[in-house]
Design a protein around this ligand. Structure first.
Ligand code: 13P
Length: 247
C-alpha cells in the first residue's frame, strides 16, 4: 500500500515573512493528515523552513541540486549540503529546469546519482509538451526521460516520479483524471524494465494545476499516489484542502 504524498514546490516565491506565515499555518494544519506532506522552498528559505517544520509531520526538500559533489562550481549547491542541513527530498528534472537551464536527461541522471549518494530522496519529474502530445509522442518522450534519468543508478529505493505535463503547469489546464491515470499506468509499466526499481512500491505524483477542486478525482486513480503542487501550495488553505483530498 503506497501512502499518498503531497509535495509543495514553491518555485521562486517567498520571503522570510511569507515562509513564517505559510508554515505557521501548515505545520499544525496538516497534523493528522492521511498523506505524507512535504514543502520545497528556495535554497535561502530551507533553513528557516526546517526550523519551522521541526517536530511537525512536514518534511522539507530542495528544488534542485548540483550534479557535482563539491568544488569550483559558482552558484551551485550540493546534495551533501542539503542532506547535512536536514533536507529529506530533492526535486530533479523539473520542466522549468529543463526549459530555462537546458537540463538534459544526462544531467538529471548525474544529479540523481549525487542525490542518491547523499541519501536524499529524489522526486524525478517527467512530462511532455503540448506539441509532443498533439503529435502522439507523449509516451515516447516520458519513457525516454525515465530511462535517461533512472538507468544505471546505484539505488532507486524510495524513488518518487512526478508526471507533470508541461502544458498543464501554471496554465489552469489539468490533464483529465483519465489522461493522467493512463500516463501513470504507462510510467509504472516502464519502471518495470529499469533495474533497482520496484514499480509496485514507487510513488507516482501528478503535477500541473492541481487545486482543491480537482485533487480528489486525481487521487482516486489507481496509479496516482499524490501530487506535486505549484501555485496552490503557496496558499495555506488551498494546500491543506489538497492534502485533505488524499484522505
Ligand atoms: P502548478 O501547480 O502551479 O501548475 O505547478 C505545477 C508544478 O510545476 C509543480 O512542480
Amino acid at each position: 500500500m503506497r501512502q499518498k504524498l503531497v509535495v509543495g514546490n514553491w518555485k521562486m516565491h517567498g520571503s522570510r515573512a511569507s515562509v513564517d506565515a505559510l508554515l505557521g499555518d501548515l505545520a499544525g494544519g496538516t497534523a493528522g493528515a492521511a498523506a505524507e506532506v512535504a514543502v520545497c522552498p528556495t535554497y535561502v528559505h530551507l533553513d528557516q523552513a526546517l526550523k519551522l517544520c521541526a517536530g511537525s509531520t512536514l518534511s522539507v526538500g530542495a528544488q534542485d541540486c548540483s550534479h557535482m559533489a563539491s568544488g569550483a562550481y559558482t552558484g551551485e549547491v550540493s546534495a551533501e549540503m542539503l542532506a547535512e542541513l536536514g533536507c529529506r527530498w530533492v526535486i530533479l528534472g523539473h520542466s522549468e529546469r529543463r526549459q530555462y537551464h537546458a537540463e538534459s536527461d544526462d544531467l538529471v541522471a548525474a544529479k540523481l546519482a549525487a542525490a542518491i549518494s547523499a541519501g536524499l530522496q529524489a522526486i524525478v519529474c517527467v512530462g511532455e509538451t503540448r506539441e509532443q502530445r498533439e503529435n502522439g509522442e507523449a509516451e515516447a518522450v516520458v519513457g525516454a526521460q525515465l530511462k535517461g534519468a533512472l538507468a544505471d543508478q546505484a539505488s532507486l529505493e524510495g524513488l518518487v516520479v512526478a508526471y507533470e505535463p508541461v502544458w498543464a503547469i501554471g496554465t489552469g489546464l489539468t490533464a483529465t483524471p483519465e489522461e493522467a491515470q493512463d500516463m501513470h499506468a504507462y510510467i509504472r509499466e516502464s519502471l518495470d524494465g529499469i533495474a533497482g526499481v520496484d514499480p509496485a512500491q514507487t510513488r507516482l505524483l501528478y503535477g500541473g494545476s492541481v487545486k482543491a477542486g480537482n485533487a480528489a478525482e486525481l487521487f482516486a486513480q489507481p496509479d496516482i499516489d499524490g501530487a506535486l503542487v505549484g501555485g496552490a501550495a503557496l496558499v495555506a488553505e488551498d494546500f491543506r484542502a489538497i492534502v485533505e483530498a488524499a484522505r
